[in-house]
Design a protein around this ligand. Structure first.
Ligand code: FAD
Ligand code: PYC
Length: 414
């Protein structure tokens, strides 16, 4: 595949852009692969990429029931941070954050990583204590965060109302090298790099059954026929329960809709990301000038991949308290994604009761930031049978009571 470069842009400008190649191929499925990954979201594609890059495993197919990146990866609000409390979480999220720093160069694809800084506001004494504790834990883990007071918050975000009305801003946990990236570009960049290694990305190919023999996975049944494999990675976010059901076991996750919305574009007014978890809202400004806004998950399990009016009302009402200037903005679009939530708000990257079948799910409301770290660790788990990055996130923790409690760091109410 030809490299993207300033020279390539100039060359194509001179020949009316007739020389660009398709970013990834759309081959017919083969009868069998060494590895099949189900789900062409960020986590599935990153897993395939690191299987090839780190372990030389390239006889890989990524099967996607819809279009690549059309699940939560293309629906999220793109916040990247690693200010988690537990060591195992800080390790995988910080690995991911650091891989985001060099992802554009690594993939030769501009993912528009913008380390603009993320702050999570403390608006109750409980949050003050919680975030001070996280900042101390992060210092020990080598993750750079700091607890800042209300004056510094106001200095960084002049449009914020720090004095109320219901919840004054008491401080915040601030991570200066956290930020955002272009979500579609992350999926597209990984897909292009996988295709370049000879892997098959097969869209409109839904997995409808999982084949086993003697307790071992042997392949999948799909809407495009049966496809064999030696190893299977299931990376389907909110549909993980359905795939586990096909294989004959249950996962400790719930699927629920998480929604977001964007305003009309306005002049630059906020150059950091702000999350206000007590009032249930968060906001950043996109490169186009739209205010990107999200709130909590729906309060009931569902598979509804669309927006709903109650969500706009709740979230905007909450954010108007914190940013009074948004009260006059028009909202342009709203959407939803089906997120997969575990009891301890931590992911599952694990072997399963079916030999050679692995699951990567449970990222809930916060998996975009984890994509490269998750792909790195899950590829290692699939290739070698173990990975230091994924060790704490096995399914056995639910039997053994070794939870990785991240309910405070999850950032979004659920
Ligand atoms: P997905 O991107 O959902 O990919 C799974 C894929 O599997 C889908 O494309 C789906 O079509 C496919 N699939 C499902 N079933 C089958 C089948 N049977 N056969 C074949 N394919 C199948 N995280 C953050 O870190 N920061 C944020 O700011 C943030 N904001 C969010 C805002 C919203 C509104 C939402 C919905 C989520 C947000 N998240 C955020 C969470 C984040 O988007 C997800 O955790 C992450 O994208 C999950 O990626 P994934 O690759 O696991 O899943
Ligand atoms: O996990 O940081 C996060 C997040 C922000 C918005 C949705 N999830």
């Amino acid at each position: 595949m030809k490299r993207y470069s300033a020279f390539a842009v100039a060359r194509e400008a001179l020949r009316n852009h007739t020389g660009w190649e398709r970013a990834w191929a759309s081959p017919e499925p083969k009868k069998k692969y060494d590895v099949i990954i189900v789900g062409a979201g960020g986590h599935g594609l990153a897993t395939a990429y690191y299987l090839g890059k780190n372990f030389g495993i390239t006889n890989v197919a990524v099967l996607e029931k819809g279009w690549l990146g059309g699940g939560n990866t293309g629906r999220n609000t793109t916040i990247i941070r690693s200010n988690y409390l537990q060591d195992a979480s800080a390790a995988i999220y910080e690995k991911a954050r650091s891989l985001y720093e060099t992802m554009s160069q690594d993939l030769n694809y501009n993912v528009m990583f913008s380390p603009r800084g993320v702050m999570m506001l403390a608006q109750t004494q409980a949050e003050v204590r919680g975030f001070e504790r996280t900042a101390h834990a992060n210092a020990l883990q080598g993750v750079k965060t700091e607890y800042i007071g209300p004056e510094r918050v106001k200095q960084l975000v002049p449009i914020i109302n720090i004095s109320g009305p219901r919840y004054p801003v008491l401080g915040a946990i601030w991570q200066a090298r956290a930020g955002t990236a272009r979500h579609d570009a992350v999926a597209w960049g990984y897909a292009r790099a996988c295709s370049d290694m000879g892997m098959h990305i097969i869209q409109k190919c839904e997995v409808i059954g999982i084949e086993q023999s003697g307790g071992k996975v042997t392949g999948v049944n799909t809407t495009r026929g049966p496809i064999g494999c030696d190893k299977l990675g299931v990376v389907v976010a909110g549909h993980s329960g359905n795939l586990a059901d096909m294989a004959g076991f249950r996962l400790p996750i719930e699927s629920v809709s998480l929604q977001a919305l964007v305003s009309e574009p306005i002049k630059p007014c906020m150059d950091v990301v702000v999350m206000a978890n007590t009032v249930h809202g968060y906001m950043s400004q996109s490169d186009k000038g739209e205010m990107v806004i999200g709130g909590g998950t729906d309060g009931y399990n569902n598979y509804t991949q669309r927006g709903a009016f109650h969500h706009i009302e709740e979230t905007v009402r909450a954010l108007v308290e914190t940013f009074p200037m948004i009260s006059r903005l028009k909202m342009l679009r709203q959407w939803g994604g089906i997120v997969d939530v575990t009891g301890d708000r931590s992911p599952i990257l694990s072997k399963t009761p079916v030999e050679n079948m692995f699951v990567n799910c449970g990222w809930g409301t916060g998996g975009f930031k984890a994509i490269p770290g998750s792909g790195w660790g899950f590829a290692e788990l699939m290739a070698k049978g173990h990975s230091p990055l994924t060790e704490a996130f096995g399914l056995n923790r639910f039997y053994e009571g070794r939870f990785v409690d991240e309910s405070v760091a999850a950032g979004v109410a659920h």
